[in-house]
Write a protein that binds this ligand. Structure first.
Ligand SMILES: COc1cc(-c2[o+]c3cc(O)cc([O-])c3cc2O[C@@H]2O[C@H](CO)[C@H](O)[C@H](O)[C@H]2O)cc(OC)c1O
Ligand code: UDP
Length: 496
């Protein structure tokens, strides 16, 4: 009897950005291996998400993927009780995932076939121990930037070197491979060293070092500085980091934005069809972004005064925002906006014809692909960023949560694909109307030198993204081949 194809056993965090980006990346491994005589199968370990809303989203992904025709199996892990005393979101996610360790162990041990990799979400990195005990390779999947990866690997070093809070540092923070980093650009989980979130991030970064490899949704040419710093051993002096396989950009599907060609276009797309090329600024803030009424007023003033055409995805507060009882994993999603309540009187009439406000989930990937889009005001989530770069759209990043302040810094200062937007981090990332108006003009005005540079760089990155994944010479394609070979070589039957 033929030996079954070695399994990639996936343990994603339940958030769509994490789960779909890991799954799409591993599907590429599956397809690349099949072309090179290296067959793999995928088994996705499904944790019961801590909220019903996340549970429904995961189930929708499972249903769709089960019907994809690829060799993807789903293994539901027994439910565990969420930690009741977690003080922060990242702590909650990491601890909740870690409580599944015995079940992950049992699932991998019982695979009944060689295991090529236990592929771990960044929050699941401590489970490299489970893989080691079973004698199978472990790979961390980094759904964020190479810069965030360099920072996380370097964090245990920074922890020993910098005794004070980062905002108390005199000057900038040195992260290998990045320009000197202003403390205000540090990611949310590390801004308060007394918080268990920080302690967890130091621990996660440390455990990344014990993985067999790291799969990253980025490309060598997109982030040469951080990726070279990791490969050269500059993040953890004296210790070689695991090999990093930058196989991106992998744009994950996942939202309900895949339209059948027989369906009529989305209203936003139909509206864009009537606009001149590169004339519309698109504003959209990820799966969790929303604004208080006072901020909405500033945005309306900026858009009115800028004179530019716009397509704005405006969401309302999540249901728990009023009561202050958010989801423990931080994944509370915004509601559909009540435009009559949120927008100042007369705004829609005054901007009629040149602007559209969309109050619910929008088909972002399709919008960014539209020739009428000339710029993107984005929260700077990494998936949104990759989608923007894939279509060569320059950005103005407005970071709101997670690692987005670091992403904004990298997009403006390192990659040069974005114009800066002054965000007041002390005031819940508030942006004044005048500042947003300035940034929108800079992004969209033909005469703006700053915007011209960002537009040129974004166009360059569009070409870079596409050639990176191209067969026959693309750097990400080559990384995928190296990864496939390493997985094939390393596959082992789990020890019992
Ligand atoms: C990447 O670094 C961080 C990511 C997160 C984080 O956590 C999270 C938890 C959930 O339960 C659901 C989510 O959707 C979710 C999303 C999320 O961050 C987003 O991840 C994307 C990658 O898939 C992308 O990097 C976006 O920029 C993120 O916004 C949280 C965190 O600390 C708070 C991180 O440092
Ligand atoms: O109205 C929306 C808002 C978001 N997205 C998609 O949701 C994902 C957001 O991921 P990202 O990493 O940018 O940010 P997160 O939401 O995880 O913070 C991207 O694929 C977007 O295209 C979308 O399609 N429509």
């Amino acid at each position: 009897m033929a030996t079954p194809a070695p399994a990639l056993v996936l343990l994603p965090e339940w958030g769509s950005g994490h789960l779909m980006s890991m799954l799409e990346s591993c599907k590429r491994v599956l397809l690349a291996g099949a072309g090179g005589g290296r067959e793999f199968s995928i088994t996705l370990l499904v944790m019961r998400p801590p909220t019903d809303e996340a549970g429904s989203e995961v189930e929708a992904h499972v249903r769709r993927e089960a019907a994809s025709g690829l060799d993807i199996r789903f293994h539901r892990l027994p439910a565990v009780d969420p930690p009741a005393d977690a003080a922060g979101v990242e702590e909650f996610i990491a601890r909740y995932i870690h409580l599944h360790a015995p079940h992950v162990r049992d699932a991998v041990a019982g695979m009944g076939r060689p295991v090529a990799a236990l592929v771990l979400d960044m929050f699941a990195a401590p489970m490299v121990d489970v893989a080691r005990d079973l004698g199978v390779p472990s790979y961390v999947f980094m759904s964020s930037t190479g810069a965030m990866l360099a920072l996380m690997l370097h964090l245990p070093v920074l922890h020993d070197r910098v005794a004070v809070e980062f905002h108390e540092v005199d000057g900038e923070v040195d992260v290998p491979g990045l320009p000197p980093l202003p403390p205000a650009s540090m990611p949310c989980p590390v801004v308060d060293k007394k918080s268990p979130n920080y302690t967890w991030f130091v621990r996660l970064g440390d455990r990344f070092m014990d993985a067999t490899g790291i799969i990253a949704n980025t490309a060598d040419e997109l982030e040469p500085g951080p990726l070279a710093a990791i490969a050269d051993g500059r993040c953890v002096p004296g210790r070689a980091a695991p090999p990093v396989y930058p196989i991106g950009p992998v744009l994950s599907l996942g939202g309900n934005d895949k339209r059948d060609s027989s369906e009529p276009p989305h209203e936003g797309i139909a509206w864009l069809d009537g606009q001149p090329p590169a004339s519309v600024v698109f504003l959209c803030f990820g799966s969790m972004g929303w604004f208080e009424a006072a901020q909405v007023v500033e945005i309306t003033a900026a858009l009115e005064r800028s004179g530019h055409r716009f397509l704005w995805v405006l969401r309302g507060p999540p249901p728990a925002a009023e009561s202050g009882t958010g989801a423990p994993d931080g994944s509370e999603h915004p509601t559909d906006a009540n435009l009559d309540e949120l927008l100042p009187e007369g705004f829609l009439e005054r901007t009629k014809g040149r602007g559209m406000v969309w109050p619910t989930w929008a088909p972002q990937k399709e919008i960014l692909a539209h020739p009428a889009i000339g710029g993107f005001v984005t929260h700077g989530g990494w998936n949104s960023t990759l989608e923007s770069l894939w279509h060569g759209v320059p950005m103005a990043p407005w970071p709101l949560y997670a690692e987005q302040h670091l992403n904004a810094f990298e997009l403006v200062r390192d990659m040069g694909v974005a114009v800066p937007l002054g965000v007041d981090r002390e005031r819940d990332n508030f942006v004044e109307a005048a500042e947003l108006e300035r940034a929108v003009r800079s992004l969209m005005d033909d005469a703006s030198e700053e915007g011209k540079k960002a537009r040129e760089k974004a166009a360059e990155m569009k070409a870079v993204c596409r050639s990176a994944v191209a067969a026959g010479g693309g750097s990400s394609h080559a990384a995928l081949q190296r990864l496939s070979e390493a997985l094939h070589q390393g596959a082992a039957l789990p020890k019992k």
